[in-house]
Design a protein. Sequence first.
Length: 215
Amino acid sequence: MSLKYYLYTHMVSGRYFNKGVKSLDSPHVGHVVRETSDKIVVFGEGDDRYDIPKDKIRFAAANVLIDLPFHEIVKNYKVSREQPLPVDKEHTHTDAELPEPADLATYEGKYPKSLFNKGVRTQDEEHVGHVMTEAGDKIVVWGHYNWRFDVPKSKIIALGRNVILGMDYNEVFKYKVDRDAPLPTGEPVEKLGQLDLPFEIRSEGSNDDDKRKKE
C-alpha cells in the first residue's frame, strides 16, 4: 500500500473547516478550526472555544448554524482554549504504523516527534495557540481571536508538552498572517481541513529533490 493511497483513505472530509459559525440568536459565534468524526472545534472572540457535537448542527452552507441559542452553547460546550485539540483515534498514527515503503522525511522532518496539535507558548509563558500543521521550515499556529501565526521552526527553543518559542509574546506578531492566506508551502489553507494527520506539509516532490541535490 502506497503512502499516497494510505493518506487518501485516512482523510477527513473537512466539510466545516474554516466556516463561520452561527447560533439561533447570534450571527457570529466563531470559526471552525478542527473537525473530528463527532464534533467541531470553534474558536470565538478572545480566548473563547467551543467543542460542539455535530448532532447540534442544524445545517451548513456558507456558514454552520448550531441549533441552539448562544447561551446554551456557552453553558454546555465552552472549554479552555489551552486544552489540546481533539483528534480522532483513527487519525492518530505513530511512525510504526506508517505503510511501507514510506518516505519518512515527510514525517516531521528533523523533529523526533510530531509538533502537530501541541500548544505553543512564548518564553514569557504566554499562550499563543496550537500547531495546526508543520509547513516546510515553519509551524502554522492558530491562536486567540482566530489569529494565525506562521512561525519559523528556528524560533523553537524547547519541546515538551508545549512548543516554546524563543521570544516574548509581543514579538509573535511579527509572524501574524491572514487567516485565509495560503500555507507557507503554497498549499491552500483548506488543506488543513482535508488532511487531519500529524504530517508535515511540503511542496510536491520537495523531499526527493532535496535528496538528489545532496547526492
